[in-house]
Design a protein around this ligand. Structure first.
Ligand code: ADP
Ligand code: MG
Length: 347
């Protein structure tokens, strides 16, 4: 190696973004997650998703959210640019799903991404793409109703090493549908349409009350779940827990139907898992996993979501309080099944 090669240089923006993409863009489902979260953050209540070939060839999300102002468009695809937080204080109470300002830049660096958007009802809109190694934004007029469409084609076309890790279309589609299910359960108030290879797979109306929410669960959860699941809605010390828990006889060999949302964000958390396991302990056989769709709501300031780039993990300021509240609420909800079991045992 000659001296020339050891000089320090700044990475070209595309390369820097490709490196960052390694953390958040693993497969088509991770792209879909970022796009749907952006649409929800933009206040959309109608989302249309179109996929082709397991999302590898085409992945498109169209929303009716607030759109992006023409003046902000050059920054929309730039790294570390966000409209969601301005200060550290904002970060500590963040209520949006996104805030890192990385997703569109990362995706643009490893696929052909175009964003078309409008902030008005006139149909006048704008299109933006990021070109070349510097990812220079190019903005041009394009018609679009109020809202935003993001079209992502040929994922990983320029990063062959990543592309090799993609599985079959069918497997990738499975991940996409799983992600869709999770997002559709997280926001019952939002209408969703999912198309794969031009076929409508799911069409979900907005659900405003318990009955219509249960309709949605009927479509998205294992058959029979909602017919016998227990509904609960409990509140204490700034915490609210609501949703549906499956009866012990619906438990599964795998923990594959467990949905837990914290302020609308799907999370996996050891403390939460432990509280739920304990609540079910004396009604479940060893090795069986309960089915549930649960929403925990609390002040965003008492939960830290900036733990990992994918934001699947959270940290509660008062973990013990959350754990005890979850345990008590679920234990009480399951009390009748417990009584049932005891009287069975007594007979
Ligand atoms: P983040 O979501 O962390 O802010 P992104 O890279 O995902 O970063 O998006 C960058 C910015 O582009 C967002 O902060 C938002 O202002 C804008 N944006 C992205 N998608 C949409 C959308 N569907 N509707 C409105 N604005 C959007
Ligand atoms: Mg985002």
């Amino acid at each position: 190696m000659d001296a020339e090669q050891t000089r320090i240089q700044a990475l070209a923006p595309r390369l820097a973004n490709q490196i960052a993409a390694g953390e958040v863009v693993e497969r088509p489902a991770s792209v879909l997650k970022e796009l749907l979260e952006n649409s929800l953050d933009a206040g959309a209540n109608e989302l249309e998703i179109e996929l082709e070939a397991g999302g590898i060839k085409l992945l498109k999300v169209r929303d009716n959210g607030r759109g992006i102002d023409e003046d902000d468009l050059p920054l929309a695809l730039a790294r570390h640019a966000t409209s969601k937080i301005y200060t550290l204080d904002d970060l500590e109470g963040v209520a949006t799903l996104g805030f890192r300002g990385e997703a569109l830049a990362s995706i643009s660096s490893v696929a052909r991404l175009e964003l078309v958007t409008s902030v008005e009802d006139s149909g006048k809109g704008w299109r933006v793409v990021a070109e070349g190694r510097d990812m220079t934004p190019r903005v041009s007029p394009a018609p679009h109703p109020r809202g935003t469409s993001v079209i992502v084609r040929d994922l990983f076309f320029n990063t062959p090493a990543r592309r090799k890790f993609l599985r079959t279309e069918r497997t990738e589609y499975g991940h996409l549908e799983g992600l869709f299910r999770r997002l559709a359960l997280s926001r019952p108030d939002v209408a969703f349409t999912l198309k794969h290879n031009s076929k409508v797979v799911h069409r979900l109306r907005p659900a405003v009350d318990q009955a219509s929410q249960e309709q949605r669960l009927k479509q998205l959860m294992p058959s029979g779940f909602i017919d016998s699941a227990l509904y609960l809605d409990m509140e204490a010390t700034g915490l609210r827990l609501w949703g549906w828990v499956g009866l012990p006889n619906q438990a599964r060999a795998q923990a594959d139907q467990q949905y837990f949302f914290v302020n609308g964000r799907s999370i996996r958390d050891r403390l939460v898992a432990h509280a739920i396991r304990q609540a079910y302990q004396d009604v479940l056989f060893h090795g069986r996993h309960p089915v549930f769709v649960l929403h925990l709501e609390l002040d965003p300031h008492v939960v830290d979501v900036n733990v990992h780039p994918t934001k699947h993990e959270v940290r509660f300021r008062d973990g013990r309080l959350v754990h005890d509240f979850l345990f008590r609420s679920l234990h009480r909800a399951l009390a009748d099944t417990r009584a049932g079991q005891e009287s069975n045992a007594a007979n």
